[in-house]
Structures are given as structure tokens and as C-alpha cells.
Design a protein around this ligand. Structure first.
Ligand code: NAP
Length: 504
């Protein structure tokens, strides 16, 4: 098994992966492949099959067969047993999977290890729900009827995921889908397909029937588009940008498939003058520089009350300056490279846009001047101050380590600025005033609000977006509803159904 100390030997070796369809490891039918690049070295480290429409269709049909066959016949108790075994397999392979994800997306190993070691909890939690999915009896409004509901699996799920937290975001969907009795076809991000394919091996080891979990790899508009459009997919669950989410929803609507969309954000992190400023500064940098800002919930707009504006900026800049950039596979590294070249170029363009719009570059903004970082896609943690909420850097999701700091006068104004966004994924509030904290939590237009904290996410807590940040909820028992549908059953009890065309 790869470990966190053997980067040198790993990075030299070019690996080839195959896709998982119906329990078999297969090449793309066209034989085509694409490359996965390590953003720290800039070198290709793996090749991945490029699935065509027919490969996607084969995976969807396999998922349907599993649903109609052995998987569909299992009880909730039996599904739960398999899901628990999968959790044990994930636990045993957490380090290997974390190294693969860091090699693919450059996120620091300490974060990826944390995510992967915690990942089994998603499966244990939803395994616990698998045998508690039940309907209800409904008192009849007319005589001689017994009415009940069944809660049944939605069917074949098509999942499309991004590169920033590949297996965590997959598990938000997969763990409740399995608990509900659905089957799954995953199209991971082209930059981070390897960990999904390694993950697929754990299904066989855990004893799942073939076809319950399938992975097809390839590019978004082609392979992802084919999955969203496939009429055999009953629900498309997507995490990614709002622009792609719109397209996925249009494609799914061709065959009226349901959708869950987890999309982008421009989340406000709001600091009142009465807050513990040291804690707030820690929350600000955790919100934007963890994962080099490449998280959907990034606290990319820091709203600061005027009285403490200068003091908080000094603290945030001092902390940004102290962040250790470096090889993401080393434990001591605090911020790694940007995940891939196009994203790196996009962030640099946004830094130029911010300067042109008149924001003050208080810290960072450049490619670091260090010889050991020149091969990778590195950027300094960047802090823009004197930002107006109408500037593009305050309105558009940058998805990088770029903080925009916006001053405000009072609570009313803070709320107005915070809610003045097309997004509504998350928000943070820092205050020592209990009433104010709860007032803000109720008035903020966001799916998650943290009071005196930032960036917590749990398997048992619903997560999703308001406004253009999404549709539907993941995590928590809410997620079971996303993967089940309700059937109502009417039972006539008298045995004397009358001819409806004869009166009296
Ligand atoms: P993205 O470009 O929208 O891609 C996401 C996924 O969609 C990838 O697998 C991509 O494939 C695929 N895709 C692209 N075009 C497609 C199409 N026309 N049809 C079907 N699939 C298509 O997003 P990203 O850049 O990977 O991820 C960053 C975005 O995700 C940010 O906006 C971030 O906020 C959001 N995000 C949201 C959450 C949340 O829970 N709300 C969590 C994490 C990330 P390729 O890889 O081949 O392009």
C-alpha cells in the first residue's frame, strides 16, 4: 500500500486504471484514454479510460439489472450488513485512498487523510437507516378503506462529482442511495477519477452483487452528458458549478429524471465588533485558505464591522503570511497547489480583475518566488481589502485562495450585503451577542449557518444550497427522502365494490 512517505517512488510510475461496469474491470469500448496530472509535479501519473455513450449505457443497464435482481431483493437489514462491511474496507484503505486523492488534486494530505479516515462514518450512519425506511398508515376519510404507504428506492442513480473532495462528495450521495436500495453509476471529475476506481475495488471485497456500484470515466459534456441524458437513470445527483448544474438539469429533464444539485457559493463570513477576534481570524483563514480555497463553502467574502476592520485584517494577513506552502504529501504542508492548470490560470485572472476594479491587495496575489514550487500550480494566499460587494471578485465564485474583505456599519447592513448574492450555500457569524447570532442565523439566505465557527459538515446534518447554490439536501435523514419515493396503497375492506354507473 502507498504511504505518505513514498511520494518519490510513486510519482515516477505511470499507472493505468480501468472502469468498473457490472463488477468487471473494463477499458473504454473505443480504447481511448486521457491523462491525470499531479498538480505538484505537473507530470502525468495515471491514464484513465474515456467512456463513450455506449459504455455509459452498459453501466446504466448493469445498475438496472442489479436493481431488478439480487440487490433489489435484499432486505434493509441485509443491505445494512453490506454497507457496514464497505465501511470497514474504506477504513482499511483510507491512507491509500488519501494519497491517491492528494496526488490527483494537490489537497494537503493532512486534510485528505482526515476526510478519508472519517468517511466510514457516512456508511455506518446510513447503514443504521437502511432497516428503518418505512411507510405509514393513513386514517381513511371514507368508510371501508385501509390506506398505507410504501417508501421505495428511486432506482438507478447517475452521479456526477467534482475534483475538490472526490470520495467525500461521492459518499454524500452513495451512502444514502445504498441505504435506500438504489443502484449507482458514478462519473467522477476527469482530474480525480483514480480514487473512485480504487474505491470500486472495495465493493467486491465487501461482497456487493455486481452492478450495484459502477464507475464510468471521461469528460463532462460527453461522458457526464451521456449519463444525465440516459433514460435509464431515474435520478441525477450532481455536485459542481452552477453553470454545469443548469446544463445537467436540462439534460435530465429530457426524460424527466429527478435532480439533486449541490452547486457553487460566495459565502459571507461576518465578523461583528463584539466577536472574539482571534477566533474570528482563525475562522476566516480556515474558511478561505483551507484546501487553497477550493471548497464550495469557502468563506470568500469576509464582512467586518468598521470598528474592528483594521485590527482583523492585521490578524488575518499575519496568519496568511505564516501558512506553509509545499508538497501536499508532506504532513507539515498547510496549503498545496491549485488542482490543475486551467483553475490556476482562472484564479490569477481574478486577482488581476480585483486589482483593476480598485480593491487593495493587502497580501499575496503572486506565484510564490520559491525554487521548489516552480513545477506545481502554486499561488500565495491572497487578501483583497476595501472590496465593494458589487465588484466581480465579490460576486463571482473564484474557487481559490482569494479572500475579499468588505467593511460594514451595522447588523442591518451586514445582512443586506451578505444576502446580496445569487448564491446561498453557507454563512458564518462571529459575535458574542447570543440574540444577534440567532437573529442573523434566521435571516441569512443560506443552507448552512455557523455561529462562531466555520466549515463544519457532518454525515448527520442536512447540507445544501438556497438560491443558485442548489436543489435538494444531502446528509442527515433528509438524504433518505432524496433516494426514495412514496407509493400509496388503497385497500377496499368490505368486498362489495359497487358499479359506479348504477345509482342508488
Ligand atoms: P464542474 O466544472 O461543474 O464539474 C463538475 C462535474 O461535472 C465534473 O465531473 C465534470 O466533468 C462534470 N461536467 C462538466 N460539464 C458537464 C456536462 N455538460 N454534463 C455533465 N457533466 C458535466 O465543477 P468543478 O470545477 O469540477 O468543481 C467546482 C465547483 O463545484 C464549484 O462551483 C464548487 O462550488 C462546486 N462544489 C459544490 C459543492 C457543494 O456541495 N455545493 C461541493 C464541492 C464543489 P469534468 O471533470 O470532465 O469537467
Amino acid at each position: 500500500m502507498a504511504t505518505t512517505s513514498d511520494r518519490a517512488s510513486r510519482s515516477e510510475e505511470l499507472r493505468h486504471y480501468r472502469m468498473l461496469v457490472d463488477g468487471e474491470w473494463v477499458e473504454a469500448s473505443s480504447g481511448e484514454t486521457f491523462e491525470s496530472v499531479d498538480p505538484y509535479t505537473g507530470r502525468t501519473w495515471a491514464t484513465i479510460p474515456e467512456a463513450s455513450d455506449s459504455d455509459v449505457d452498459a453501466a446504466v443497464k448493469a445498475a438496472q439489472r442489479a436493481l431488478d435482481g439480487p440487490w433489489g431483493r435484499l432486505s434493509g437489514v441485509e443491505r445494512a450488513r453490506l454497507i457496514r462491511r464497505l465501511a470497514e474496507e474504506i477504513d482499511a484503505h483510507a491512507e491509500q485512498l488519501a494519497v491517491t486523492e492528494t496526488t490527483d488534486n494537490g489537497k494537503v494530505i493532512r486534510e485528505m487523510l482526515g476526510q478519508l479516515k472519517n468517511l466510514p462514518e457516512w456508511y455506518y450512519y446510513f447503514a443504521g437507516a437502511a432497516d428503518k425506511i418505512q411507510g405509514e398508515t393513513i386514517p381513511s376519510s371514507i368508510p371501508n378503506y385501509f390506506i398505507y404507504t410504501l417508501r421505495e428506492p428511486v432506482g438507478v442513480i447517475g452521479a456526477i462529482t467534482p475534483w475538490n473532495s472526490p470520495l467525500l462528495v461521492t459518499s454524500y450521495k452513495l451512502a444514502p442511495a445504498l441505504a435506500a436500495g438504489c443502484t449507482f453509476v458514478l462519473k467522477p471529475a476527469e482530474q480525480t477519477s483514480a480514487s473512485a476506481l480504487e474505491f470500486g475495488k472495495l465493493f467486491e471485497a465487501a461482497g456487493f452483487p455486481p452492478g450495484v456500484f459502477n464507475v464510468v470515466t471521461g469528460h463532462g459534456p460527453t461522458t457526464g452528458g451521456a449519463l444525465a441524458k440516459n433514460p435509464g437513470v431515474q435520478k441525477v445527483v450532481f455536485t459542481g458549478s452552477s453553470a454545469t448544474g443548469r446544463q445537467v438539469m436540462k439534460d435530465a429533464s429530457d426524460h424527466l429524471a429527478q435532480v439533486t444539485l449541490e452547486l457553487g457559493g460566495k459565502s459571507p463570513n461576518i465578523v461583528f465588533a463584539d466577536a472574539d477576534l482571534e477566533a474570528a481570524a482563525n475562522g476566516a483563514i480556515a474558511g478561505i485558505f483551507a484546501a487553497a480555497g477550493q471548497t464550495c463553502v469557502a468563506g470568500s467574502r469576509l464582512l467586518v464591522q468598521a470598528e474592528v476592520y483594521d485590527e482583523l485584517i492585521d490578524r488575518v494577513v499575519a496568519k496568511a503570511r505564516a501558512i506553509q506552502l509545499g508538497d501536499p504529501l508532506l504532513q507539515e504542508t498547510e496549503m498545496g497547489p491549485i488542482a490543475f492548470r486551467e483553475q490556476w490560470e482562472k484564479i490569477k485572472d481574478y486577482i488581476a480583475i480585483g486589482e483593476n476594479e480598485g480593491a487593495t491587495l493587502a497580501y499575496g496575489g503572486r506565484v510564490p518566488d520559491r525554487s521548489d514550487l516552480q513545477e506545481g500550480f502554486f499561488l500565495e494566499p491572497t487578501v483583497f481589502t476595501d472590496v465593494d460587494n458589487q465588484m466581480r471578485v465579490a460576486r463571482e465564485e473564484i474557487f481559490g485562495p482569494v479572500l475579499t474583505v468588505i467593511p460594514f456599519e451595522n447588523e442591518e447592513k451586514a445582512l443586506e450585503i451578505a444576502n446580496d448574492s445569487v448564491y446561498g450555500l453557507a454563512a458564518g457569524v462571529w459575535t458574542s451577542n447570543l440574540q444577534r447570532g440567532h437573529r442573523m442565523a434566521q435571516a441569512l439566505q443560506a443552507g448552512t449557518v455557523w455561529l462562531n465557527s466555520y466549515r463544519n459538515i457532518g454525515f448527520n446534518v442536512p447540507f445544501g444550497g438556497y438560491k443558485e447554490s442548489g436543489i435538494g439536501r444531502e446528509n442527515g435523514l433528509e438524504a433518505i427522502h432524496e433516494f426514495t419515493q412514496v407509493k400509496s396503497v388503497w385497500v377496499e375492506l368490505s368486498g362489495a365494490t359497487r358499479d359506479p354507473f348504477r345509482l342508488g
